[in-house]
Design a protein around this ligand. Structure first.
Ligand code: PAF
Length: 290
């Protein structure tokens, strides 16, 4: 497994492999790898001959007061996990390598209405930072396919749109969220939780399950779904919920009334002390869309 630090070197690696007729996959991460990331890597290994994993804690997607400085960076452990898989290269650039003109002088892309709600509403500039770094990673690694987790569902929809809008010509694959036994979605931020909060954190997935159940039972009112999600979240006394929402699964715009066959995204977010957790689920309403 090669450890590659520069854009020129990772591009040369990818071009060399693609010229040899090999299919290259990219798994972008911020490190602090867990089983959810490893599921992305395993999927990438099925989809391509050569898998590149990037590890870069991207400063431009963190807002003021967020956890950029304390974001976990267990590099040795991450490399050990990846070394046990058949990963061809780990791309670990420095901030200067990715932002040679400094982050303030960078060129940014605007995301538009897909970022108006859910995390985009509560983390202004976050998705602009995500599309900026993902574009740079795509340009540096020139993959055929890139694999992302669906826990960050809004990010996934935005990246798919980015790829289509800018014509990157990269297949974007989403992987189901990997969960702990009690349902808590795997997340690098779970390691911030102390035992009590870790136990309470099960409410996020339970909130999604409660709303999904109602949708299956043909509940069509958004308010009923939101009330059910908030009810579950309130069962964790230390959880400060930020949002519990149901939006259209494609436009990511809020809806009042669910249409038969409509693709939906259920999403929740909030805090245990300073630790922000999110969870989400794509669901299709029963019935025919015609
Ligand atoms: O999902 C993440 O870990 C990050 O947002 C990503 C896609 C690696 C960009 O920094």
């Amino acid at each position: 497994m090669q450890i590659v630090k520069t854009v020129d070197a990772i591009r040369a690696h990818s071009r060399h492999r693609r010229c040899a007729g090999k299919r290259v996959a990219l798994v972008p991460t911020m490190g602090a790898l867990h089983d959810g990331h490893m599921a992305l890597v395993d999927r990438a290994l099925e989809l391509a001959d050569d898998v590149i994993v990037s590890i870069f804690v991207n400063p431009t997607q963190f807002g003021p007061g967020e956890d950029f400085d304390r974001y976990p960076r267990p590099t040795d452990g991450d490399l050990e996990l990846l070394g046990a898989r058949n990963v061809a290269a780990v791309f670990m650039p420095t901030s200067d390598e990715m932002y040679p003109f400094g982050t303030a002088a960078e060129i940014a892309l605007s995301v538009g209405s897909l970022a108006d709600h859910l995390c985009g509403k509560h983390r202004p500039g976050h998705f602009e930072g995500v599309v900026q770094i993902v574009s740079k990673l795509f340009i540096a690694t020139e993959p055929d396919v890139a694999v992302f987790g669906l826990k960050d569902a809004q990010q996934f929809v935005i990246i798919k749109t980015l790829v289509n809008a800018l014509g990157f010509g990269i297949e974007v694959v989403g992987m189901e969220t990997v969960r702990n036994e009690d349902g808590l979605a795997m997340s690098s931020r779970n390691r911030y939780l102390h035992e009590g909060h870790r136990r309470q954190a099960v409410v996020l997935s339970r909130a999604l399950q409660a709303a999904s159940r109602l949708i299956t039972e043909r509940e069509q009112a958004r308010d009923a779904l939101v009330t059910a999600m908030r009810h579950e979240l309130a069962l964790a006394p230390d959880f400060e919920h930020q949002y519990a929402e149901v939006v259209d699964g494609r436009s990511l715009q809020p809806i009042d009334h669910i249409a038969p066959g409509q693709d939906l995204l259920l999403a929740v977010a909030g805090y245990f002390d300073r630790t922000r957790l999110i969870d989400s689920a794509f669901v299709t309403a029963p019935g025919s869309s015609r």
